[in-house]
Write a protein that binds this ligand. Structure first.
Ligand code: ADP
Ligand code: MG
Length: 347
């Protein structure tokens, strides 16, 4: 099993679109690594450089102990010699071919004998639970089934590395959950080093051993899902990760709320403004008079999954969403008890 090293990688599309800025990451053999970032942050460009479909402006990529591209040294290994399987964002199945022929295609390109192709196609189809779909064309399969065929096609060559570009974005919410499990199970079963890119934090957290957050081509933070959730490095990540989203406020350091939270004294003189973040799951609404940190009026009560949240009006146009576990109604006053406060310096 091979790892991937990405060193000082830059991509500038002429004349001056900086798609990737000095990316450095070491992906361990057998790891499921996720690159998470909004649209346009450089995710696809990074995958295409690893696959050899794009050339970096600076830097290099090492797979196992082989340099597959080094911009400075002028090294470039052709995509077909990198032994990489890639699933593209739209799956890119050939619509006029059956699932069987789609999966067999990479092996036919390699001019393997017919019997060997047949054996490998059936093996991978069996492993991915699509053996009974092999005669169908993509138009006669569900989204989830097409995705499995696309993954089978990427895996049939037994690649060293599997690259997945937004593999769940064409699937509706319910199927997404199953599809994530499927991809994660296959990855663990095969132990194949996998890099998945997505704009969806739920995708990233469902499958990733480690996650890198990308913004405008720049690494914002790298870590396990737990680390990113518990210790977001900046407001961008705090905003991007967590569902329901973190409550985030930019307030003057002497603001009433910062005083109530005991932050004004601590940060006075250091900053004139502060960002504070409170996760809805790290604060609860309690009955008026209970011990807490802030007081407000319940504006909205909503269910998310099995949990109940209250949106509470704090005055001055500010509101906060927090967990609601006691019996409180719309319009009631409530005390808010905060178990964890995130503080970010203004940038
Ligand atoms: P993502 O996959 O995260 O949405 P991309 O890697 O597709 O982002 O794009 C990153 C940036 O590079 C974007 O600003 C995009 O417009 C630009 N870009 C991507 N491909 C090209 C190209 N072939 N020519 C010029 N600009 C490109
Ligand atoms: Mg993309």
């Amino acid at each position: 099993v091979k790892g991937v090293k990405i060193e000082n990688l830059w991509k500038i599309f002429p004349p001056n679109v900086v798609a990737l800025k000095n990316i450095n990451v070491e992906i361990k053999p057998g790891e499921f690594y996720v690159i998470l970032g909004p649209s346009g942050s450089g995710k696809t460009t990074l995958l295409r450089i690893i696959a050899g479909l794009e050339v970096p402006t600076k830097g290099r990529v090492v797979i196992g102990d082989k340099i597959v591209v080094d911009a400075e040294k002028g090294i470039f290994v052709e995509p077909r010699d990198r032994n990489i399987g890639m699933v593209f964002q739209n799956w890119a199945l050939y619509p006029h071919m059956t699932a069987y022929d789609n999966i067999a295609f990479p092996l036919k390109l390699k001019k393997l004998p017919r019997e060997e192709i047949d054996k490998k196609v059936k093996e991978v189809a069996e492993a991915l639970g699509i053996a009974d779909l092999l005669d169908r064309k993509p138009g006669h399969m569900s989204g989830g089934q097409q995705q499995r065929v696309a993954v089978a096609r990427a895996l049939v060559k037994q690649p060293d590395i599997l690259l997945l570009d937004e593999p769940f974005s064409n699937l509706d919410a319910r199927i997404r959950v199953t599809a994530r499990e499927f991809v994660k199970e296959i990855q663990k079963k095969l132990g194949i080093t996998t890099i998945l890119v997505t704009h969806d934090q739920a995708d990233a957290f469902a499958v990733g051993d480690r996650v890198m957050v990308l913004r405008n081509g720049e690494t914002q933070q790298m870590g396990s899902p737990e680390e990113l959730y518990n210790e977001p490095a900046n407001v961008f990540i705090a905003n991007f990760i967590g569902d329901p989203p973190m409550n985030i406020y930019k307030l003057p350091v002497n603001h009433r709320i910062l005083e109530q939270l005991g932050l004004s004294k601590k940060y006075e003189g250091k900053y004139s403004e502060l960002y504070i973040g409170i996760r809805p799951d790290e604060a609860v609404a309690l009955k008026q008079g209970d011990e807490g940190h802030l007081v407000g009026k319940v504006a909205i009560i909503e269910y998310v999954g099995s949990r109940r949240y209250a949106k509470i009006d704090l005055g001055n146009g500010l509101s906060i969403r927090v967990l609601l576990e006691t019996k409180i109604d719309h319009g009631d006053l409530a005390t808010i008890r905060i178990s964890r406060l995130h503080v970010f310096a203004p940038n």
